[in-house]
Design a protein around this ligand. Structure first.
Ligand SMILES: Cc1cc2nc3c(=O)[nH]c(=O)nc-3n(C[C@H](O)[C@H](O)[C@H](O)COP(=O)(O)OP(=O)(O)OC[C@H]3O[C@@H](n4cnc5c(N)ncnc54)[C@H](O)[C@@H]3O)c2cc1C
Length: 448
């Protein structure tokens, strides 16, 4: 794969920034609820509150959708992220609730797209957790059993049975969910928020959140907001604000690459008939998906730890793009001559438990911050549930599943730069040892 003419972008490859960025806050205002952060979580919270006739202010440092909201791979997962075997072992009682939450998130998203009539190229294809080696196939079988037992809608099959390229041996399809253009989706929600009753201030960086008796004061360079309630929806950027719970999440940079447009006949030859998005079973996944513009978007494989707040704007590293391109050639040997056209990345928030978390700080500030790189459906769902909690005073069952009883979190394991490099090395060693390159050439393997 050629990578010498790749366009590196600091925003997203899916869409251009909006042309109507809103004015920053330039005076002191009061409101009932202030939402900090205009990603999917924050926009969804603000929209729901406005729809329920609450006086809400949304404060966003750049423009709504500027963060990972518009930068994701656009794969709408219907099952939890992370290591399913580990999660089911560590949280046996909560696990079925987490599975239900993941499926409900995907359904919520589908209803939202329909209700707001957002044109985001959504296709309900499901996603496949795919194996590139016999070892990974064993893992997929075990994961399928665990998810089925917890009530998930998943099926096991060979690559031929699942309609995915023969560079993968087989896998497990999550029937719920699919794929979309996440840039179009976040700009669609942004449009809905801007036309709702919410007051939206963009280019408004919140620098401090201070509880003060029966209200909270939010400082920004242009003015203060005095709110009765506050929702922190700052995702990976959360650690910048002193009010955010310590160690709630670690900021991690992940990258995506998009190919040049590929001849439809060559795409058809891949026999990717289900069009399902694919994620591998490595410790750090590789993701692959088709797009409506006849390209393939692929990424992750490498997690890079953010060091200090504020998190800087950045582009993917050349070495990471080259590594992703090597993986692409292995999974799609017939497309080895296709060039990479563009690349982008974004910050995700990884929690010490690898579970999505929501809760309240000791000062009563709500937070919905971390979906561990699976927030395309989960972040807006949690945001909407927090809005309902604020209005009704009652927690939905799915919110209860995620709710942190206390805002205290353990030190995250294996999240140092050295730890993350070690995990990448283990994955590459397993690729070599299990012959993922050889398997890619051979194709489909028996499932049982
Ligand atoms: C490259 C990449 C690929 C991904 N692929 C997938 C995928 O295929 N499927 C999936 O489910 N998930 C995926 N994700 C994860 C998903 O995008 C995120 O989990 C989800 O978008 C996070 O929620 P959010 O949208 O609320 O966060 P963000 O979009 O990051 O929103 C946070 C917002 O808060 C604002 N903000 C932060 N601090 C302040 C402050 N102090 N003042 C004002 N504003 C502030 C930021 O500017 C930002 O706009 C991916 C993420 C990345 C980066």
């Amino acid at each position: 794969m050629k990578t010498d003419s790749v366009e590196y972008t600091t925003f997203s490859g899916w869409v251009d920034p909006p042309g109507n960025v809103q004015s920053p806050l330039s005076e002191d205002v009061t409101c009932e609820v202030a939402v900090i952060g205009g990603g999917l979580a924050g926009m969804s919270t603000a929209l729901r509150l406005a729809e329920r006739d609450r006086d809400v202010v949304l404060l966003e440092a750049e423009f709504c959708g500027h963060g990972s909201a518009s930068r994701s791979a656009g794969q709408v997962a219907g099952a939890p992220g992370g290591d399913i075997q580990l999660l089911s072992m560590l949280y046996p009682r909560r696990f079925p609730g987490i599975v239900r939450f993941a499926e409900n998130s995907a359904h919520f998203l589908e209803r939202l797209i329909e209700r707001l009539d957002i044109d985001c190229d959504y296709e309900a294809t499901g996603n496949v957790c795919a194996a590139v080696s016999r070892g990974q196939m064993g893992r997929v079988r075990r994961v399928t059993k665990l998810l089925r037992k917890a009530g998930a809608d998943v099926e096991l099959g060979t690559s031929a049975e699942l309609g995915i390229p023969r560079g993968f041996l087989g896998g497990m399809r999550e029937s719920v969910g699919g794929m979309m253009n996440p840039g179009k989706f976040s700009l669609g929600i942004r449009r809905a928020v801007l036309t709702s009753g919410a007051r939206v201030f963009e280019r408004t960086h919140v620098t401090e959140v201070t509880p003060n008796g029966d209200h909270v004061v939010i400082r920004t360079p242009g003015g203060e907001v005095r709110a009765k309630k506050v929702v922190l929806a700052t995702n990976a950027f959360g650690g910048e604000l002193a009010i955010a719970p310590k160690r709630l999440s670690v900021p991690i940079w992940v990258s995506e690459v998009e190919t040049e447009p590929i001849d439809p006949a060559r795409l058809a030859a891949l026999r990717w008939t289900s069009r399902s998005g694919v994620v591998t079973q490595h410790n750090i996944m590789e993701n692959y998906r088709l797009t409506s513009r006849n390209t393939i978007v692929f990424g992750v494989r490498r997690l890079q730890r953010g060091k200090n707040y504020p998190l800087p704007p950045r582009k993917p590293d050349e070495a990471v793009v080259a590594d992703l391109a090597r993986a692409f050639e292995t999974r799609f040997p017939a497309l080895a001559d296709v060039a990479a056209a563009r690349t982008w990345g974004g910050w995700v928030a990884i929690t010490p438990s690898w579970l999505p978390v929501a809760g309240q700080t000791r000062d009563g500030v709500y937070y919905s911050v971390a979906c561990n790189g699976h927030g395309l459906a989960q972040a807006p769902y949690v945001g909407s549930l927090i809005a309902d909690l604020i209005v009704d005073g009652e927690q939905h069952e799915d919110l209860k599943t995620l709710w942190a009883k206390k805002p205290t979190f353990p030190r995250p394991l294996m999240m140092s730069a050295a730890g993350l490099r070690t995990i990448w090395t283990v994955d590459r060693f397993n690729d070599l040892f299990n012959g993922s390159r050889r398997n890619a050439r051979r194709g489909s393997a028996p499932v049982n």
